[in-house]
Ligand binder design. Structure first.
Ligand code: ADP
Length: 440
């Protein structure tokens, strides 16, 4: 089902700038942001921590006035808190001493809605988010996913025209997050909630492509919009479809920095003309450690030659890690410095599952990896003997190197949940991802 996109602007940000002052220093958190959200539109804001996403949400909902620029709601300048907008946070603060019903009812009471309207509306909302039967339960009796549903019901109780979501699924386990996303999309696309537009802040690229009509990509220092991608796929979206992956790749490309990542020579696949590039032998935990270290530094670049001493790691290992980070689009090297891309920062900040998804998308584009998955997908039971793959790789690499390459391919593929390996039978399998089926 498609959403009901219109050309009627609901919210406009015009040349919005936010400067924070700390002591005598002035710091531009958001620079010249121009953004229009239309009725019927689901917009996702994507970008590394500190690029000003929360600041923008506060400005949009009127909790904060920008240093410069204007906010127009239905073409009228916004003064004070926007009564038509609500935010759902990562973890929704429910009152533990109130039941599910009372928590939702409270939001309606706060808007002075009379009791005879409040009660049926609260019950209806609880029903719509799938919590029928839990009206009298207390928050402590609910799972994280259920509590977040109460949060959604409470946010929707006031029938906001603009629903702002601040990483609403990131604190949930994988399955709860996936089912809640599906349920929200069903409510939204079927038009059964009065919400006119949704703005969601996210760190999760696939989530943004799964849900949004438009993805606005931001970068930091200063916080600004660097690109926009329209997602014109019909709902419910099929995560494993080629069209879906194409959009995901496009967004990843933007976060990885178009020019730098393209400058990295990925090589060709075995059997093709050209040179098959060997993958660096690294453990993903070490790569994640390096990215986390770089993300936490106060500067955005670091001299590579100082890293071995700072991290107490062998210089050759640092070079392998740097090479892996470059191949994957997490960092680039310039004049002896390593610099994280927005994607690298996103990876460093992401949850375990989101990291796996980012990693999966990145290794799928490596020629050597693509070659192996194609080979497996054409094999019986989507599986092949280790020896068979090793023999094929020996046409490209010396025996010992072929073995190391296969080891790396399997380790990376297992981490990304794209491959599995049966040690007893020495069989390499292509995984069928759980997310292949779309939640209903
Ligand atoms: P994001 O939500 O993308 O992580 P934020 O909007 O929270 O970004 O922050 C953008 C930048 O502004 C960050 O560098 C942050 O430290 C800074 N910042 C946010 N709020 C304030 C504030 N009230 N005073 C000073 N600096 C702030």
């Amino acid at each position: 089902m498609a959403t009901n996109l219109t050309n009627t602007p609901l919210l406009k940000l015009r040349h919005v700038q936010q400067i924070y002052a700390s002591g005598s220093k002035r710091f531009t958190a958001v620079q010249d942001v121009n953004l229009t959200i239309f009725e019927g539109e689901f917009v996702a804001l994507l970008g590394p921590s500190g690029c000003g996403k929360s600041t923008l949400l506060r400005i949009i909902t009127g909790l904060q006035k920008p240093s410069e620029g204007n906010v127009l709601y239905r073409d009228q300048p916004l003064h004070g808190v926007n009564p038509h907008a609500t935010i759902v946070f990562q973890t929704f603060a429910l009152f533990p001493w109130l039941t599910v019903f009372e928590n939702v009812d409270l939001a309606l009471k706060a808007r002075n809605i009379p009791a005879e309207v409040r009660t049926p509306r609260a019950i209806d909302l609880i029903d719509r988010v799938g919590l029928d039967g839990f009206e009298t339960a207390y928050p402590r009796e609910l799972s994280g996913g259920m509590r977040q549903k109460v949060g959604f019901a409470r946010a929707m109780a006031v029938e906001p025209e603009l629903l702002c979501l601040d990483e609403p699924f990131s604190a949930l386990d994988v399955l709860s997050a996936e089912s809640l996303r599906g349920e929200l999309m069903e409510l939204w696309t079927s038009g059964s909630i009065p919400t006119k537009a949704i703005l969601m802040v996210s760190h999760n690229i696939e989530e943004a492509v799964f849900m949004a009509d438009r993805i606005v990509v931001m970068d930091k220092e200063p916080g600004r919009i660097i690109a926009e991608v329209k997602v014109e796929l019909p709902h419910p979206r099929q995560r494993k479809s080629d069209e879906f992956q194409k959009v995901v790749d496009e967004v990843y490309g933007m976060l990885a920095g178009q020019t730098e990542s393209e400058a990295v020579e990925l090589g060709s696949a075995p059997g093709e003309q050209g040179h098959t590039r060997a993958l660096p032998q690294i453990a993903i935990s070490d790569l994640a450690g390096l990215l986390e270290y770089l993300a936490e530094l106060p500067t955005d670049r670091q001299d590579i030659y100082r890293l071995p001493e700072e991290l107490n790691v062998d210089p050759n290992h640092i070079f392998s890690l740097t090479e892996a980070a470059e191949i994957l689009g997490f960092a680039y090297v310039e004049k002896g410095d390593i610099i994280l891309t927005s994607l690298g920062e996103t990876f460093a900040e992401a949850s375990i599952q989101a990291r796996k998804e980012i990693f999966a998308t990145r290794i799928r584009r490596l020629p050597l990896f693509r070659w192996l998955t194609t080979l497996l997908s054409h094999s019986e039971n989507r599986a092949l003997d280790w020896d068979v793959i090793q023999t094929a790789l020996e046409l490209e690499f010396p025996k010992e190197e072929a073995e190391k390459q296969l080891d790396t391919l399997i380790n990376w593929g297992r981490y990304a949940e794209l491959l599995s390996y049966n040690d007893d039978r020495e069989l390499v399998y292509l995984e069928t991802p759980v997310s292949q089926s779309t939640p209903s």
